[in-house]
Design a binder for this molecule. Structure first.
Ligand SMILES: Nc1ncnc2c1ncn2[C@@H]1O[C@H](COP(=O)(O)OP(=O)(O)OP(=O)(O)O)[C@@H](O)[C@H]1O
Ligand SMILES: [Mg+2]
Length: 269
């Protein structure tokens, strides 16, 4: 693995008595695209918020570029661009005002780094440059996501952490985002993303970890995981379902089929 940029060590988060993230270990190398998969409620967003410095771990620690979050949270935050799963934004700002506001939070801006110049490039890729003088309240969900992504990409931080990047994006925008992640990785930046999409995991991610009920149940490249689980001929979705609760799924499918049969029966009676 290339030099480690993100390291989670026995990282845990408990809410009251509920353990959402249970002693997880993950190491991500520079230039990697790392996928974080798991069912709803598995602990992905909680983990990502700890990496972004928004939630304090209950136990364990994480480090970014060798800086421990517990000792140097502001340095860790400077190095990390966080794209949340829900695009909450200041409704009464225009897109440009929002980008200027984000740029002003970074000292490099005062030293002449042209974040706003760079932002035009991303607005252009995402096809929202004509909207930048409109209030954010008039933006669709996908447009808000594209604006947040622009605000992060323009900062050029070495670690980008993204929670479900493709939700709400049309196929063209999703393709652009995939290409941007690949190009960031080829420049030596690191991308840590959570996703429910097996296609993204297979196509984009150098390595993945699967989390279920707060614990890591598998880690490696997709082909390593398939081999380990003797799933070489099957797809990642089958493997994911087996590791995270296929039995529950079989029960749900059976119940749905029974319901369907009952409905057909009721309609024909
Ligand atoms: N602030 C909180 N207070 C209490 N419980 C929480 C809090 N945040 C998350 N949880 C719980 O922690 C668990 C993990 O939630 P999390 O949002 O990390 O899941 P996730 O893997 O991101 O799921 P999804 O795929 O649905 O986004 C869930 O059971 C959730 O209810
Ligand atoms: Mg989540």
């Amino acid at each position: 693995m290339k030099p480690s940029i993100l390291k989670l060590e026995k990282l845990s988060k408990t809410f009251d008595k509920f353990t959402a993230v249970n002693q997880i270990d993950i190491e991500v190398g520079q230039g990697e695209i790392f996928g974080f998969l798991g069912p709803n409620g598995a602990g992905k967003t909680t983990t990502i918020k700890m990496i972004a410095g928004l939630l304090q771990p209950t136990a364990g620690d994480l480090s970014i570029h060798g800086h421990p979050m517990s000792k140097d949270p502001s340095r860790c935050r400077e190095l990390t661009g966080y794209i949340p799963d829900r695009p909450y934004l200041y409704e009464k700002l225009t897109g440009s005002e929002y980008l200027s506001f984000i740029a002003s939070l970074y000292p490099q801006s005062a030293n002449g780094t042209d974040f706003l110049g760079r932002s035009q490039e991303y607005l252009n890729y995402f096809d929202i440059e004509e909207w930048q003088d409109n209030l954010i309240e008039s933006y669709s969900h996908g447009m808000r996501q594209k604006l947040i992504m622009t605000s992060i990409f323009m900062l050029e931080q070495p670690l980008i952490v993204v929670d479900e990047p493709m939700v709400g994006l049309d196929p063209k925008s999703a393709r652009i985002v995939k290409e941007l992640f690949k190009s960031k990785a080829s420049e030596g930046k690191t991308v840590f993303l959570s996703t429910h999409s097996m296609e993204i995991a297979e196509e984009l991610c150098d390595r993945i970890s699967i989390i279920a009920h707060g614990s890591i149940v598998a880690s490696g490249t997709v082909s390593e995981l398939k081999q380990e689980q003797k799933h070489a001929s099957e797809n990642l979705e089958d493997l994911f379902l087996q590791l995270t609760g296929a039995f529950e799924l079989q029960e749900v499918i059976a119940a749905l089929r029974n319901n369907q049969n009952d409905n057909v029966l009721n309609r024909t009676l």
